[in-house]
Design a binder for this molecule. Sequence first.
Ligand code: BGC
Length: 879
Amino acid sequence: MKRILSLISAGILLSSISLLAQTQKLRCEYLENPLGIDQTAPRFTWEFTTKQNPVSVKICVDTDSLALVKGRNNTWTSRQITSSQQLAIYTGKPLHSFQKYYWKLIDKNNQTLSAIASFEMGLLNPSDWKGAWISDSQGKEEKNAPYFRKAFEAKKEIVSARAYIAVGGLYELSINGQRVGNHRLDPMYTRFDRRTLYVTYDVTKHLQHGKNAIGVLLGNGWYNHQSTAVWFFDKAPWRNRPTFCLDVRITYKDGSVETISSGKDWKTSESPVTFNSIYTAEHYDARLEKTGWNLPNYDDKTWKDVIYRAAPSTHIVAQALHPIRHTNEILSKTLKTFSKQNYVFDLGENISGVSSITVKGNAGTVIRLKHAERILPDGHVDQSNIDVHYRPTDDKDPFQTDIFILSGKGEETFTPKFNYKGFQYIEINSSEPIELTQNSVKGYFMHSDVPAIGKITSSNPTLNKIWAATNRSYLSNLFGYPTDCPQREKNGWTGDAHIASETGLYNFDGITIYEKWLADHRDEQQPNGVLPSIIPTGGWGYEWGNGPDWTSTIAIIPWNIYLFYGDSKLLKDSYEPIKRYVDHITDISPNGLCTWGLGDWVPVKSKTPVELTSTAYYFVDVTILAKAAKLLGNQEDYIKYSALAEKIKKAFNQKYLNEQTGIYGAGVQTELSVPLYWGLVPEGLKSKVAKNLADRVAQDNYHLDVGLLGTKAILNALSENGYASVAYKVASQESYPSWGWWIVNGATSLYENWPIDAKSDISMNHIMFGEIGAWLYKGLAGIFPDEQGAGFKSIILKPNFVEGLATFSADFESPRGLIHSEWEQKGNTVIYKIVVPPNASAKVQLPEGYKVKSINQKAISTPQVGLLSAGEYTLLIEK
Ligand code: BGC
């Protein structure tokens, strides 16, 4: 690296790159220059810039960046990758633990096409670990979060250093008094007894020649859940006092390597974190602070010895994903002062995350910070919508209430480290009078920090707010696994997640999180294929709520990842699990109809038979399995599962479809839209069923009458079958029941229930009804991935210029670059602007009755445009 930096400063590299950078966004395992990966066949992706025509490329890899610059790389030169590909898998000689590799792209004439990127391997073999798993000697009921420390001397000049830390629980790592990195709540939640994650940091800058100290603070997280709720997190089979294994691997200037590891020479002590629960809150007694505890010269004579512990699992793997971070700081919008001991802060928006308080007061002052989504008419906070499943055994662990005890040493700030909450309001109660102003308390939005890749703007402000609220709820429910809500449960509810997966993929680059979560699925799957309804789980969920309407995540998410990224790895990894899953449903559904499931959860009013929706999801899974079989070259399975899909479809239609009328079941919105959306309707009857759906929606006064499963289907079923304006009418309603109804009543996130005054199922930050966020890209902008060219190599563009909306614009950063679809309509004329990214083509389909008059001001005689290659286009369209 040093060499490359000096080249950069000499300007050599920069000038050669800027001339030749026909590619950009080089990623390895979908991360920018990742450290500590353990994928032995890592994937490389890149984008072509708009300026040049895509060319075939080769990937060059070497451990020496200079060799790469000079075109003399040794580690690997890939074969020629056809210009249409933007993804390649490493197939060179075995990669080595700890080694950093540099890579770049060249063309067939060996001309450099990219800047140099890198990836660095972590620990590939269990024997690479030098440290031991250690903890203090306390049991799992101990409340205090333990500190660990070790001082050591680096006797030589340091060139580079890495810290590798694997933890059962959560941690904060510090070196010489400074916190390492900005991740929060690391490592991510997994089924700890099956898979334990480690995290890698570059700690070169933290260390110094001479005396150093490493400090570790451990939190409980999901590993040692002490709070008690209806899902029995506290009974998880892996539960134990937190533990960690750490290697700090230092490379000295003379080339020697020294590893400072966790072991018996560490010391442990209690910390000021007197209680921490990821589910409820954190308690901090600043009087117990040990100033300088993570500095070299700290006197740790009174600290205790550590003990060895068994590793939580034998499967210690790299955490290769976008971490959780504090992404936004949110200042309080209002402050209500009831007294000097009682204040209520309002952030003005509902978030997942933590609050932070800065305050001065007497030593021993006890400040309680109670977090809620609601406020009572008297101005105090109300947790009654979110504490319903909490089962405290005493009053020491109040729900979403941090407890901060002041040290009395001037101004002090407290921000929890091992907890997050869902909230908008913070009520402060202090045992003694304190002086707070509006700036004393702020919020930090926290979530897996996945890059934003989508943007919607339209002439309808409510629609824009719905989009923003959907994204907020999506992110509020992304913590290394997708959750249902950030307050009441924090559970990885499968159903909510597959419904929201397209919303996620249009708006965020989330592949790393989904790949990790599908590994969680594989860890949780029973040998007979059954999955639990929440993943990960401490055991709850194998008995309830885990039919195909929920746990079809195992098929739907890998398929969506394939469509959006053009990468079949997850589908391949999930293939056998999908098969086992499908085979199990087949075993219990011999006639092709499946009754296992929860059905259309939290509906507005009408009920749809569970068998209808569960059979539809069974069909979806089998269809995905058949397609995956074909894609992966398994002809036998392809034939078998295609035939099974046909059988299910037939049984489904025989039972529910009245062929004369084109009505399914009783003809309510979910019953009609689910078969339409998921492809169960016989071809010849589609338009009849669609018309029935549109009529039904009209009878319902263009308002929703669906629950979770219906929301996935309703707007799409309408807009994909000629009724886009009806869909828009429903999507843009501002009266009950609708998304807009929440917004006009002040929502900044999506709710769990349609009435704003419902009595149960009333979280105010649920992603479950979030499909509308994807529908905006599909139903209005018309941007669809095409199975014929997954990863947006081929784009389907079928916009809908709907009645009542003047302008609409969508930006979507696909793996090939920006796709833009923007329209403006005036009378019978539409100006439609398109950007097709490099190395992609778009199949444009205009709604019926629209004719293209000109493209980029050149008149054309054909009414449709057909296929567009990369470029920017303005179409003049008339009705
Ligand atoms: C969750 C939902 C979930 C449902 C399953 C609820 O408690 O919050 O989002 O899908 O249970 O029944």
